[in-house]
Design a protein around this ligand. Structure first.
Ligand code: NDP
Length: 248
């Protein structure tokens, strides 16, 4: 039996990419999965798939930039399955652009989803985890949370923030039994790049070498599962995974 069997796990951004792949792996391990995003049709489909894999799941429509949505989602999760064991803060957007394009609305939205969304999730689960002296918060950051690149200033700023938040949380929670993990992927084939509107950045992605092999969502799901399945006395602080051919 998996260590994740019957664990209550919230996955934000579960309607596609890394979140979807992680939810499926949780389903295979018999977890109670709370699938969270805005596209409810996709979440319903995912919840059905998880049932066929041996897990339990609910689909909860939630915009992580809304604190009341996030509080409501966590309350629904608790009413359905009981106390939250793991929160995976995975929802994120990456509308990369050069600063001189002044896409201020995109900057604001990126900060709202990638930072405030994480904070609302943490705020909604933390008191109970501290009280129960158990729990695990997993924040999906990025290699962009370690290295800045042209066209990525705002996105990198949000992911640097995620790294800082995770590390601060980890230090403060060390004596509480609550674990904190940061996952930092390199380039993964997902829908994330679809939000890029700056043609100069799009060109950068188009110019990747033909033989470049990006990561698959399942590669990152495996890293997340590894952190979750580690025994309670082991806190996997950070996992950084790049495609073999990615230099920076
Ligand atoms: P996807 O675009 O496939 O998934 C992003 C997910 O976030 C979707 O499920 C989307 O659901 C959800 N989401 C976006 N905005 C909101 C919102 N306001 N409220 C709730 N959910 C939201 O991309 P990835 O799977 O690649 O991204 C997952 C995480 O991985 C992100 O944090 C990203 O920054 C990070 N990452 C990705 C990399 C990559 O190369 N792909 C590299 C490094 C990090 P919906 O639209 O239905 O709400």
């Amino acid at each position: 039996m998996s260590a994740l069997s019957n664990k209550v796990v919230i996955v934000t951004g579960a309607s596609s990419g890394i979140g979807y792949a992680t939810a499926v792996e949780l389903g295979k391990r018999g977890a109670n999965v709370v699938c969270v995003a805005r596209r409810i049709d996709r979440l319903d489909q995912l919840a059905k798939e998880i049932l066929t894999l041996g897990g339990k799941a609910i689909a909860v429509e939630c915009d992580v930039t809304s604190r009341s949505d996030v509080d409501g989602m966590v309350a629904t999760a608790r009413e359905t399955f009981g106390p939250i064991d793991v929160l995976i803060n995975n929802a994120g957007i990456m509308p990369l652009s050069f600063m001189d394009a002044c896409k201020v609305d995109e900057w604001t939205q990126t900060v709202d989803v990638n930072i405030n969304g994480v904070l609302y999730g943490v705020g909604a689960v933390l008191p109970e985890m501290i009280e129960r002296r158990t729990g695990h918060i997993i924040n999906v950051s990025s290699v962009a949370g370690r290295k800045v690149f042209p066209g990525g200033a705002v996105y990198c700023a949000t992911k640097f923030a995620v790294h800082a938040l995770s590390e601060g949380l980890r230090q403060e929670l060390a004596s509480s039994g609550v674990r904190v993990t940061t996952i930092a992927p390199g380039l993964v084939t997902t829908e994330l790049q679809n939000a890029i509107t700056d043609e100069r950045v799009k060109e950068r992605f188009r110019s990747l070498p033909e033989d470049f092999v990006p990561l698959e969502s399942a590669d990152i799901a495996a890293a997340i599962i590894y952190a979750m399945e580690s025994p309670p006395h082991v806190n996997v602080n950070e996992i950084l995974v790049r495609p073999t051919r990615q230099e920076n």
